[in-house]
Design a binder for this molecule. Sequence first.
Ligand code: SF4
Length: 654
Amino acid sequence: MGTGFFGKVLWVNLTEENFKEELLTGDIYRQYLGGYGLGVKLIYENMPANIDPLSANSVFGFFPGLLTGTAAPFSGRYMVAGKSPLTRTWGDSNSGGTFGPEIKRCGYDAIMIKGVANTPKYISIIEDQKKILDASEIWGLDIIETESKMKEKHGKFIKVAGIGQAGEKLSYLSGIANDKGRIAARAGLGAILGSKKLKALVLKGNKKISIHNRENFLELVKIYNESGTNGEPNKLIRSILQNVPRLAKTIRRFRIKFAGPPKMIREIYKSFGTSVANTLSAETNDSPIKNWTGIGMYDFPFKKSKNLSAIEIQKYKIREYGCFSCPVQCGGILKVPEIKLDETLLPEYETCCSFGALLLNHDLFSIFEINDLCNRAAIDTISTGATIAFAMECFENGILTEEDTDGLKLTWGNSKAIVEMVKKIINREGIGDVLADGSRIASEKIGKQSAEYSITSLGSEIAMHNPRVFPSLAFTYNYDPTPGRHTAASIDFVDIGPINKFQKGFKLPKGWRKSEKKKQIGQMLDTSIHQVINSAGLCMFSTLFGPYPFIDLINNFAGWNVSVDELIKIGVRIQTLRQAFNLREGIDIVGNKLPGRVTGHPPDKRGPTKGISVEYKDFYKGYCGEMGWNPENGYPLKETLKDLDLEFVIKDLY
Ligand code: SF4
């Protein structure tokens, strides 16, 4: 009987061109699980504060989740983590596909990178042979070309993750991509690999994961997967669900919540993926419109948003696509002959919104083209779209002119100019060089009150969901250790899925929607469960699809007897250490403030979010109390640190 994990981390020193293995004890996994939980422990201890993220001393890692590589449903994800070049805070980002499991098959629970190569390199770990190799023939290629070249050289069964042109050019918007363009996109972590002159990891493993009780584990997986297909919606319900994107106006008019039984949600995700939200969110004002100044039903009405509807997108789908061990497969592969794309990934809602509603662009072909460009270059679509929105508002107000934009008319909805601008940002050409590190840095270069149009939190462009629709998003956009994310735990956002049903014994306090105090407790619990889901390598959508045998799976995997209470404590520990990372960096967490237009200051005078302003500062204080942190400054209390076995943090914060 095994322990599930390998107990081994591989360290790669690019300066010294060597590899070292570090052995970890079982208690580390029980305290941090894996993924970015293990990541924050290793990076906190191995990288001192105030290191330039693009320097040789910057430590970076690839982390599969605890369950990644097993048959556990939705567990195929890996995380990358380090200090964000974009926000100078803790940075992590995750991606699905098939790369994460390969790290495990190589026999490692993490691959850590430090130092800097003198010329472009890639790391290959192929059936126990570890090498640092010359990357001159792939440097300059996009990620799909890189993957193809590496397969020609090392065989078709290898898995590749690496940077495209954006990371090579040290863009703070760049990410790390695998499986032909799936990106761990946020926080600008691709620039760290670029600064280390590390193009890619090329992996092919031969190790088996030794699950503690394999029989029970596989039985749990079987029961879960079969339960998902039992009682699928009948033909009538299915045909209604297939038309949900067309019902956007009705949903807005009757204020219908984005919620429903897990089986329906599963059917919708399977059919459309996140693009189902394209019309619904635009119509209900969940989508930010015109750089957060517009109102969907008036400025980007259904007659425009329907061009980007999931139903339109489906017309180009040639096959389903999804991550390793996922029973839902929410992605898709498209063929778009009109713009000569033979095979491209289905664009997610965030991409459709950041290059659609946010820029008043309803040209679907431009969205397909941009999605393909960004995936290949491995650049974050949220931040890139939002940075172009910033530039458009500068253009509208005469702060940028055609002279500055190399002749591009950056007017709202000008899809041709948007596509050209994306290319310029990827290649750092002309104005693209000014914009390639995001809107906050661009505004510092441009000056002239342009900062007003940079809609960021600590420098990270804010994601494509409106806190006036899901109020606690303001709290996470502002305060999560990875600011500006919709994927951080936000208790109102889980309203779209039944989190209470996810793990037996895990419940938000009854009546949390009506009581501020209960909501703060609920936010602490939601934050905690979110950390453990991520650190186990589960997709965040796993909570949407009904009861999941989470604790039983990890206990059978590792031979533990973890309870719900212990699980919550693990989540609090991980979030507390991410918080401590930022405090040690000197980040002014409590002083951070979102732009007024994100929170409704002043409120809209009409439309679905009329009169709504969101306050979040007092809520944070209550949440800090629940986390065992000082409500005045967000510092974890000494007693909390001791209780969480984080004593090593005390000397840094006190
Ligand atoms: S639901 Fe979608 S994103 Fe999540 S694991 Fe499945 S295919 Fe991947």
